[in-house]
Design a protein. Structure first.
Length: 329
């Protein structure tokens, strides 16, 4: 019986992929399959994968389609009772599968969330990946997502930080958005809010490697997709009847993603990101939801929202907004 399917999408990860695969093959729990989706790699990634020659590894080769499509290809063929995700530059701790499996099966949870530790030559922790937003009252029990209403948008969205029941994902037809980065974010909110039973595991089961190529370490062209990801998220909340329930925090979250990106993105992408944000905000202005933004955004986020709509280009926006406000406001 296959207890866990580990889905590993890879694109040009020759430097790190060996450690990622070894961390799965050396797990204390042996009843697993490793589904490696080679997303059109042009370096020696595929050669390294094939070199393991382990029957527990299933390789899918496809043209480059991005992480969302790669994960979906893996989900299409899983045979395990449960699903976990691994990125090609990260690795799992030795007992990760065993601990995650024992926890999620104990109370037949749909999702269990564990801790991540970061590595950049030395190990470090942060409150987000340590699940510090979960009060002690959430430990050692099953809870439903609406108990997390006060801190829902402060939970780590990383798919790699969770183990999912396969039948649950199939029942709700869970899919990652394709053709966009930040695909974890819509997937997290959809699956989390659809779940009936959730638990947390106060153990570090996953190591996230921090390096210059990491998506969260450089604010480059990938961050143009913060706008699209936010639009997908809003559609999910509206279509599933969650919009009114989480209105205040949802709108703040929607504004802050592109806002942070515009503050930090490389200069050559600022005008393009401004244009994408402006198109989005002008659509909101002509929609039934415009009044909700005006009534519920805090002063800094509201000014950002209105200045984007008013400005003709990024330079005019910068003059209007001055970009001096604290991101936390």
């Amino acid at each position: 019986m296959t207890k866990i399917s580990v889905i590993l999408p890879v694109f040009n990860e020759e430097k790190y992929i060996g450690k990622a695969i070894e961390s799965v093959l050396n797990q204390s729990l042996e009843e697993f399959e490793l589904i490696v989706v080679n997303d059109g790699s042009t370096d020696d990634t595929l050669k390294i994968i094939e070199g393991f020659g382990d029957e527990r590894i299933k390789i899918i080769n496809q043209s480059n389609q991005g992480p969302g499509a790669s994960r979906n290809r893996g989900l299409d063929i899983v045979k395990g009772e449960y699903v976990m995700f691994l990125d090609g530059d990260d690795w799992l701790c030795r007992d990760a599968l065993e601990i995650a499996y024992e926890e999620i099966t104990k109370n037949s949870a749909d999702i269990s969330i564990f801790q991540i530790i970061k590595y950049d030559g030395k190990y470090s922790q942060n409150s987000w990946f340590n699940l510090d937003n979960f009060p002690e009252s959430f430990e050692n029990r099953i809870f439903n997502p609406h108990e997390c209403g006060d801190f829902l948008f402060d939970i780590s969205v990383s798919a790699c930080q969770k183990i999912f029941k396969s039948s649950f994902l199939k029942r709700i037809d869970a899919k990652f958005p394709e053709g966009t980065y930040f695909e974890d974010m819509p997937f997290f909110f959809y699956t989390f809010l659809k779940a009936d039973k959730i638990s947390i595991i106060r153990r570090h089961l996953y190591v996230r490697r921090k390096h210059e190529g990491s998506i969260t370490e450089s604010v480059d062209s990938k961050f143009l997709d913060t706008v699209k990801a936010g639009q997908i998220l809003m559609d999910i909340f509206i279509e599933n009847g969650w919009y009114d329930m989480y209105l205040f925090d949802l709108l703040a979250f929607k504004i802050n993603g592109p806002r942070y990106a515009l503050m930090g993105i490389e200069a050559k992408y600022r005008q393009r990101l401004f244009e994408l944000i402006k198109m989005d905000y002008c659509e909101i202005k002509s929609s039934q939801y415009y009044g909700d933004y005006l009534e519920n955004l805090g002063p800094v986020k509201k000014k950002f929202f209105l200045d984007i709509i008013k400005a003709r280009d990024y330079e005019e926006f910068k003059t209007l907004n001055q970009m001096k406000s604290s991101p936390a406001q």
